[in-house]
Design a protein. Structure first.
Length: 157
């Protein structure tokens, strides 16, 4: 078990990371674009979400799962449309939508621990930071998010 933890936590040497990026056709400029997409979505969700039941408020309104999904959909569409204004087009729906919906439902909307919720921006910053050392799980997650967004970006963008 100790060997497994060492393997999971061990940073991958930069030259191996570069080979991985080349083999997976990962382009630096798209990394920056996809980071911008993720942080735009996260910031919009965080700044506009009013259903935080853990914070005291006057109305004591708790959002239903349906309302949470409607909020996510509004933030998703707003983010997609913001990028369209810059002639960067992502598909409105697809496996990228499904991925972020499930991820953010668990890590944001249904998360009771505010420090986890508040760390989402930092999470994506570190995930897309090429100067931050990658572990094998980091690299796998980075590649998965990159490929989801790349596959769902319109060809004429």
């Amino acid at each position: 078990m100790e060997n497994f933890f060492s393997w999971v936590m061990k940073p991958i040497p930069e030259d191996e990371v570069q080979v991985w990026m080349n083999v997976n056709n990962i382009i630096t400029e798209k990394c920056e674009l996809f980071y911008d997409f993720c942080t735009s979505l996260i910031m919009l969700i965080s700044e506009t979400y009013l259903g935080d039941e853990s914070l005291p408020n006057e109305t004591k309104i708790i959002l239903s799962d349906e309302d949470k999904k409607k909020h996510f959909d509004w933030c998703w569409e707003t983010t997609i449309n913001s990028f369209k204004k810059e002639n960067i087009e992502f598909n409105d729906r697809g496996d990228h939508y499904d991925y972020f919906l499930v991820f953010l439902t668990e890590v944001f909307y249904n998360q009771k621990n505010m420090s986890i919720r508040n760390s989402l921006g930092k999470f994506f910053e570190e995930l897309f930071d090429r100067d931050f050392p990658f572990t094998k799980p980091d690299l796998d997650l980075f590649t998965e998010v990159y490929k989801l967004l790349d596959k769902n970006m319109s060809d004429y963008s």
